[in-house]
Design a protein around this ligand. Structure first.
Ligand code: GLP
Length: 240
């Protein structure tokens, strides 16, 4: 694993942008695996700025997102599809038809997982962007998720519901279930870029880098990926 430690969130985002921009430059028809959360917002702002100022085109790019809350769709400002449109897609020349997320509103969630797996098997990510949960989850693969899992329906951990409650009006509004790519789908990516900032991620980052490879800390599986880059700020790296 290549590790880059930066002074703060802004420099972490600068470095992340460099990695992402390089992938798109090398292949203007790249498949980008994307993530939600507050961590990638700085990177997304830089991609938007670069498109606006330098004309980098995403016309032929396709995207696949990691996850979505069960029961939420584009009309909800808490859904991940809304988040992606608002924070990235509408700022680029990326056709919405090229973007993919699991459909949280699907009537049959298991069939939706099967659809997403089939899609992913035909669209290998040139790069998969990840954040990390304070309990070491990636996407919504909570501790205990088998490394061989593909897209599945997840019962969210209590700690994840608490962490994510800050983004909802009330804790009881946080959906209890989600659809998530599995660790196998994530590991299938050609390159992985994982970002972390802030002291509340330090323990998870330590487990990711130095801990045993264990399903109890899902991100530790990334130690087995041949091309994984971790970019984190000093606070998140404080236990390394
Ligand atoms: C959610 C998402 C993850 C994300 C994590 C961390 O649980 N499913 O993909 O990495 O939150 O979020 P944040 O970046 O806001 O700390």
């Amino acid at each position: 694993m290549k590790i880059i430690i930066t002074k703060d969130y802004e420099t972490m985002s600068d470095e992340a942008f460099r990695v992402m921009a390089d992938v798109v430059k090398q292949n203007p028809a790249a498949v980008l695996g994307l993530a939600t959360g507050t961590t990638p917002l700085g990177l997304y702002a830089r991609m938007a700025k670069d498109h606006r100022e330098n004309g980098t085109s995403y016309r032929n790019v396709h995207t696949v997102n990691l996850d979505e809350y069960a029961g939420l769709g584009a009309e909800s400002d808490q859904s991940y599809v809304w988040f992606m449109r608002e924070n990235l897609f509408r700022h680029l020349d990326l056709p919405l038809g090229n973007t993919n997320l699991p459909n949280g509103k699907a009537e049959d969630l298991l069939a939706e997982c099967a659809r997403y797996n089939a899609l992913l098997s035909e669209m290998q990510q040139d790069i998969q962007l990840l954040g990390i949960g304070s309990n070491g989850h990636i996407a919504f693969n909570e501790p205990g998720t088998p490394f061989g899992a593909e897209t599945h329906v997840v019962e969210l951990a209590e700690s994840t519901i608490r962490d994510n409650a800050r983004l909802f009006a009330r804790e009881e509004d946080v959906p209890r279930r989600a659809l998530s790519m599995g660790l196998k789908n994530i590991m299938h990516a050609k390159k992985i870029l994982i970002l972390a900032n802030g002291a509340n991620k330090a323990k998870a980052v330590c487990g990711l880098v130095k801990g045993p490879v264990t399903e109890q800390l899902p991100a530790s599986v990334l130690q087995l990926h041949p091309d994984c880059v971790l970019i984190c700020d000093e606070a998140a790296a404080s236990l390394l």
